[in-house]
Design a protein around this ligand. Structure first.
Ligand code: TQI
Ligand code: ZN
Ligand code: ZN
Length: 169
């Protein structure tokens, strides 16, 4: 079943139109922007929340960045596989991805020749769940279940994810 962070933090009632920005912007392609836009749409489709891209990382509610190793928050990335990404509970809005992964952006990851290929959209949908206040679920088919395998695409919200997010919003 779905779970929340201790104290059930969430974005406040008067702050439901959220903006997101990439920081750094360097290397962010239109394909990558499209992946994140689709991942946010999955959650806005089942909540009163909206998500708009912004070019101003200092005023955006959510900042997204790809980093290698230690990147200033004491939770260093570890190179290929292991930790792929992390996101903090509301109202932090920080979403970091390990630049060392073999991210698959628009291609069919199930056909990737790389055994370590990770589908960016699948990880984005999961991490946005954390950004909005969901912890990990015990339902294996859910997006918030804490396991992902390489060369797998899992982007559809499960009824368990929807029940969890609709409790918060
Ligand atoms: N990153 C972990 C995760 O997002 C970081 C983490 C561990 C975490 N415990 C947490 C974040 C508790 C918030 C709250 O779960 S990860 C998966 C999954 C990771 C893991 O790189 O290991 C996905 C990233 F769920 F499949 F295991 C994306 Cl989808
Ligand atoms: Zn980080
Ligand atoms: Zn997680």
């Amino acid at each position: 079943r779905y779970a929340f962070f201790p104290g059930e933090p969430r974005w406040p009632e008067n702050h439901r139109d959220l903006t997101y920005a990439f920081n750094p912007e360097e290397g962010i392609t239109d394909e990558i922007r499209g992946v994140f836009a689709r991942a946010f749409d999955r959650w806005s489709g089942v909540t009163p929340l909206t998500f708009e891209p912004s070019t101003s990382p200092f005023s955006a509610d959510i900042t997204i960045g790809f980093f290698n190793g230690e990147h200033g928050d004491g939770e260093p990335f570890d190179g290929i596989l292991g930790t792929l990404a992390h996101a903090f509970s509301p109202p932090s809005g920080r979403f970091h991805l390990d630049a060392a992964e073999s991210w698959v952006v628009d291609d069919d990851v199930t056909r990737s020749p790389s055994l370590a290929a990770i589908d960016l959209e699948s990880v984005a949908v999961h991490e946005i769940g954390h950004l909005l206040g969901l912890g990990h679920s015990s339902v294996e088919e859910s997006i918030m279940y804490p396991a992902i395998t390489s060369r797998t695409k899992k982007v559809e919200l499960h009824s368990d994810d929807i029940m969890g997010i609709q409790y918060l919003y």
